[in-house]
Design a protein around this ligand. Structure first.
Ligand SMILES: *Cc1c(COP(=O)(O)O)cnc(C)c1O
Length: 429
């Protein structure tokens, strides 16, 4: 099959990047558990090191199991190439690394995963990268925050934790008006529910830890490039447009065209930052992705049933789930997430902080832990955990106030989940 990309989404979930193993005929993608690859001869080694030939050298750069994952992720998101990383956070660094330098800034949505707000506010500052957080829903504020030193815009498609759907086309229009790339974190939706590149995103990042692997086994991330951005036009992205002395002075964009960002991510990003994904984790994630759309559909159907039930529960103040007609994001969900609004949403409890803590302690089927996107249903009280390092103001603006409990609805029987929530809410009331 020469062009997998012309096939339907469900076919690509299984076949993209995963031809039978050329060496053994193995049908499932083997785990290439090796650090290094033998060169055919000295001349080939020299060609590989100077990027004149593409091939495997060392698993910090490339590995066949990891390459299969990269190809599958690029195919499902509609990109030209992808770089897999050791975690979702590593993917965010790797996406920004080619674009940023000290003194430059990122305009980022304020509705982000709590860990991302920490990473952006603390670690990036030490790199000399400034972050300007803006209201996700205020496109005028996004535009106003951009200045001559801005090098990228960053938002989440479906924002963690609270059922917020970002107007990706609005953000993309602002980015392209300013000649800047838009990076979209698509972790919560996945390509099965939303494809940001089709709505104008330049780059997509994903924590593969969550729904892509789907079983809570493997930390990982991926950066997918649309191949649509002209890295040379503005002179603002010298890593991609100017000569790289260590590679015989090649200019990545001139030499590699739409693959420039992906090649830079491997040949410089993974080489120097070292945040490569392991072949074992890539294997588990490839396995998970074979059932991605089935799982996302079931996650969304279960979440909808549980959200509807909770919305009418006496102990519940509000439910933030974009799939509910009562959500201010319901029309955006219909546009950007037509196949379902995902598994994760937040519930505001009338009993505040104490009721939240009591609920997580009394649930039996739900596991109280810091993850989303598992086959199992998960729960966390954000204010005392994932968002505890944020100020009260940041907590509330990130949708994680003291009364908020975040649910990640799994693939179990929805009625069992509802019964578990009812018994735990009865105890916490
Ligand atoms: C979990 C998560 C991340 C970070 O991914 P890790 O794999 O935990 O590093 C980033 N963004 C979102 C939306 C997430 O849910």
């Amino acid at each position: 099959m020469s062009d997998t990309n012309s096939l339907g989404f469900e076919t690509r979930m299984i076949h993209a990047g995963a031809a039978p193993d050329p060496a053994t005929g193995a049908r499932q993608t083997p785990i290439y558990q090796t650090t290094s690859f033998v060169f055919k001869d000295a001349a080939q080694a020299a060609r590989l090191f100077s990027l004149q030939e593409v091939g495997n050298i060392y698993s910090r750069l490339t590995n066949p199991t990891v390459s299969a994952l990269q190809e599958r992720c690029a195919s499902l998101e509609g990109g030209v190439g992808a770089v897999a990383t050791s975690s979702g956070h590593a993917a965010q660094i790797l996406a920004l690394f080619p674009l940023m330098s000290p003194g430059k800034n990122i305009v980022a949505a304020d509705k982000l995963y709590g860990g991302s707000i920490n990473q952006f506010s603390n670690a990036f500052k030490r790199f000399g990268w400034e972050v300007k957080f803006v209201d996700t829903d205020d496109l005028d504020a996004v535009k106003a925050a951009i200045d001559d030193d801005t090098r990228s815009l960053f938002c989440e498609s479906l924002a963690n934790p609270g059922g917020i759907v970002t107007d990706i086309e609005g953000w993309a229009a602002v980015a392209s008006g300013a000649g800047l790339p838009l990076i979209v974190d698509n972790t919560m939706a996945t390509a099965a529910l939303c494809r940001p590149i089709e709505h104008g995103a330049t780059i997509v990042v994903n924590s593969t830890t969550k729904f892509l692997s789907g079983n809570g086994t493997s930390i990982g991330g991926v950066v997918i490039d649309s191949g649509n951005f002209d890295w040379s036009a503005s002179g603002k992205f010298p890593s991609l447009s100017e000569p790289a002395p260590e590679y015989n002075g090649i200019k990545f964009h001139e030499a590699l065209g739409p693959m420039a960002f992906t090649f830079f991510g491997i040949a410089v990003g993974l080489r120097d930052l070292g945040a490569a994904q392991t072949p074992q984790n890539a294997f588990y994630t490839l396995l998970g992705m074979e059932t991605l759309s089935l799982r996302m559909q079931r996650h969304s159907e279960n979440a909808m049933q549980v959200a509807q039930h909770l919305e009418n529960h006496a102990a519940v103040d509000y439910v933030s789930y974009a799939g509910l007609p009562s959500s201010p994001y319901n029309s955006a969900a219909k546009k950007y997430l037509p196949n379902g609004a995902g598994a994760v949403f937040t519930v505001g409890l009338k009993g505040g902080y104490d009721a939240g803590v009591s609920l997580v302690d009394n649930l039996e089927l739900f596991s109280h832990l810091a993850n989303i996107g598992d086959a199992r249903s998960l729960v966390i009280h954000s204010a005392s955990t994932t968002h505890s390092q944020l100020s009260d103001e940041e907590k509330t603006s990130a949708g994680a106030g003291p009364e908020v409990v975040r649910l990640s609805i799994g693939l179990e029987n929805a009625e069992d989940l509802i019964a578990d929530l009812d018994q735990a809410l009865a105890k916490s009331a």
